[in-house]
Design a protein around this ligand. Structure first.
Ligand code: PMM
Length: 287
């Protein structure tokens, strides 16, 4: 199996030998970091084009917030939010992935030009998803997930977080394979912040090589998440504000690239583009 890239990547990304940077584009009124800013379609497309020009390998477009406590959106509302943005970016030559838990949105998004489906629920939220992706024959990101945003904070209990997440991810990979998704099309993601407390995330990052060893390309989404905010608390105990977490995000991007991940998913592309170059050169022993 080729663990460098999943099968089905745009040609423009195949020659890249450092970790890829996925730029986050949340077209939602309520995402925790950039939500609300890009609800207007033209502004969203312009932002995606800008992230791509800054060096993002592809743009991950999502229309449903997965922020802890967020309420769900209907498939129709989600598609109204994302489809025009995806076709606009595709027309501008920007590779796009779709961040969705809905099979119908995945299908419509790929029709609109998306090359990959990023499903934070790893197929658990919508049983039709793995079958849809098998038909679409596109790369599929399977993230570790235990439940929707309204309940995930109560599900963060593990005997051993690394062992448990690897086992649960493995079960979702089996479901995807049984549905007919090609092994070469699968990407795995430990799901930082999803039913995980701060130290669960650090334990996972500490053991990234164990995820790599499963043989699938690995994607990491640490950008601006709460566990960074709590690591960098001020002396009086205040969380580091969301808009001041990019330096730490860049550090994680560098270390994740050094550990051999396939891609990092970030809001601030500029810093992570340099960071993954450093991490990948470190890993390869050449620039
Ligand atoms: N995190 C978020 C959304 N989508 N997708 C993947 N594959 N991995 C992640 O860690 C991930 C994701 C939540 O962050 P956001 O609200 O800033 O997009």
């Amino acid at each position: 199996m080729n663990t460098r890239h999943p099968k089905g990547l745009p040609l423009s990304l195949l020659g890249v030998d450092h970790a890829l940077v996925a730029g986050v584009l949340n077209v939602t009124p309520d995402s925790f970091s950039d939500g609300g800013k890009f609800a207007d379609i033209d502004a969203a497309i312009a932002h995606g084009v800008e992230l791509h020009s800054q060096g993002a390998s592809f743009i991950d477009v999502g229309g449903e917030s997965t922020r802890p406590g967020a309420t769900r959106v209907s498939e129709d509302d989600e598609q109204v939010r994302v489809l025009e943005v995806i076709s606009g970016l595709t027309a501008a030559g920007v590779p796009v992935s779709i961040d969705t838990m809905h099979a119908s949105t995945a299908v419509a998004a790929v029709e609109a030009g998306a090359f990959m489906v990023n499903d934070v629920s790893g197929g658990l939220a919508d049983a039709a998803m793995v079958h849809a992706v098998a038909d679409l024959q596109v790369p599929y990101v399977i993230m570790h997930w235990r439940g929707h945003s309204t309940e995930m904070n109560d599900l963060a209990t593990y005997a051993d977080v690394v062992t448990d997440v690897i086992r649960e991810l493995g079960a979702r990979v089996e479901v995807a394979l049984s549905a007919g998704i090609a092994q070469e099309a699968i990407v795995i993601d430990p799901g930082l912040g999803f039913a995980k407390e701060a130290d669960h995330n650090w334990a996972i990052l500490n053991q990234l090589t164990k995820f790599k060893a499963l043989g699938y390309p690995v994607l990491i989404g640490a950008s601006r998440k709460r566990f960074i905010g709590s690591l960098l608390k001020s002396n009086d105990g205040l969380m580091r504000p969301i808009d001041q977490r990019d330096g730490a995000t860049d550090a994680i991007s560098a270390l994740a690239a050094a550990a051999g991940v396939w891609a990092v998913r970030v809001h601030d592309v500029v810093g992570s583009v340099d960071a993954v170059r450093v991490g990948s050169a470190w890993r390869l022993g050449r620039g």
